[in-house]
Structure formats: C-alpha cells, structure tokens
Design a protein around this ligand. Structure first.
Ligand SMILES: [Zn+2]
Length: 257
C-alpha cells in the first residue's frame, strides 16, 4: 500500500512540476497516510470505462461469437441509433450496449467494402447505425410500435419470422466524412419510412423533386462498394444491406436471442 501511495505521490509531484528531489513531500504524506492534493486533479474516467464489466446484452453477443465492428475495422464509425432516443421510436432499446456487433465473416466482408470506399475517396468512411439486433430487442420494437398489427411488418420485421439482423448478418449504414464524422446527404435519415428512402423509387422521387441527383450519387457510391464486397441491398431502405440470403443465414448461423 505504502509503495502504491509513494508511487502516486511521485506521479502527482511530477504532474505538478515538482522535482523528484523534493524530499520533504514523501515522508510528510506517508506520516499522515493520506494524500492532500495541491490542487484538484481531473480523473481520467475513460480508464474506468474500459475496465468496467460488460453489460449482460454485450456479453451475450460475445458469447454468441459476434465481434465488435470497431475492433474489427479500424476507422469505421458507429452511431448505434437504437441505443439512443434518436430513432423512430424515440426510445433507447439497447440500454448500455452502444457498440455494433456482427458475425465475424460479415465483419471481414465489411472490411473489404471499407477498403473499396477508401480507394474511391480516402476522406470517407462508413458510419454504422445497426448490426446484430437480438430477437429480444426485435420483440421490444414490435411490441412498442404504435401501429395496427397488419401494417407493423412495413416498419419492423416480425420477431416470430426474424430479420437478418437477428442472425448478425445484416448491417445498416451510411457514408461519412472520416475526420468530421458528418454523414453524406442520402436524401432521408436512417429509418425514414416512405418512398424517398426506397432505392426502388429513386427515379420517381427524383422526378417528383423529393430527392436530388447528388443524393442518388451518394447512395450509389454506398451500393457500389457494398456490392463489391458481396452485400445485397433491399428495395425499401437505402441504408440496409444483407451479407447472406435468409436461407443461407439460417443454415449457417443461429438467431441471437
Ligand atoms: Zn436494417
């Protein structure tokens, strides 16, 4: 204990610009056995965060063999929107989980897409909104959705059928400026429900003035690099990409509960 306290004192002395030779400092404090700081020292709480115990949900994802995208792909940005109130529910459904997890093979594919994007423009990177979405969270989204049962599947995949997000093989993402983190203009926000977000309706939306050519170009860049890495988009959400078909996903992977 004394050695730790003495070590800490030396560090504080150094931080305060005092010489290590200041022999009066050490014995005086050792005698009191308490540290009197000359001025308030700001604790670096990020150290505490990194050593904190992982939340139960995150541990389940790790136990299911999934990987943290930001660990797997250097430079990728994550804004897990369901872990904030900035989503179409206006509610945080992920709790303390704020990292995007995914199947390792999908992370490898996304890494390829990221390299393809960097080759096109080194100042750009991906900004991920969602990766794996456990079935338990899918159920919460379903239950919380304030829409008639019949139209619910238009907004959220039925948890009984599951979504490719539940297998950890789908990703929701956009392109952002690497240094500012600012997303490119894709015409709508993530989780915008309506034709302006539909890749299938781009020609019509352009004609109606709901989206512009620059926004379509930005989406095409996203589609191009994702396709190059083997992902497939869907007709109703510009941000959603599948790494595998439902058939292959259910053969190769388990649904994450
Ligand atoms: Zn999605």
């Amino acid at each position: 204990m004394r050695a730790i306290v003495a070590g800490l004192i030396s560090l504080i002395a150094l931080a305060c610009g005092q010489s290590k030779q200041d022999k009066n400092l050490e014995p005086a404090i050792e005698a009191q056995d308490e540290i009197v700081l000359p001025h308030p020292i700001q604790l670096d709480t990020s150290i505490i965060d990194t050593v904190s115990v992982k939340g139960a949900l995150e541990q389940r994802l790790i136990d299911a063999g999934l990987v943290d995208l930001q660990m797997a792909i250097p430079g990728i940005l994550v804004d897990l929107r369901y872990s904030t109130s900035n989503n179409f529910f206006g509610k945080d459904v992920y709790g303390e989980l704020d990292k995007a997890y995914i199947q390792p093979v999908v992370a490898e594919m996304l890494k390829k897409a990221q390299l393809a994007l960097e080759q096109q423009n080194p100042s750009l990177t991906f900004l991920v909104f969602d990766g794996v979405r456990p079935q338990s969270v899918q159920q919460i989204l379903w239950d919380e959705l304030d829409k008639p049962e019949k139209v619910k599947p238009l907004y959220v995949a039925d948890p009984k059928k599951g979504s490719l997000h539940n297998f950890g093989v789908a990703v929701d993402l956009t392109i952002a400026d690497r240094s500012s983190g600012k997303p490119l203009d894709m015409g709508t926000d993530f989780d915008f429900f309506g034709y302006p977000a539909y890749p299938d309706r781009e020609a019509q939306m352009l004609k109606e003035g709901k989206i512009n050519l620059q926004q379509i170009d930005n989406r095409e860049l996203l589609r191009e690099v994702m396709k190059e890495a083997g992902f497939k988009g869907i007709g109703s959400e510009w941000w959603h990409f599948n790494a595998f078909s439902r058939k292959i996903a259910s053969e190769k992977f388990e649904i994450v509960k």
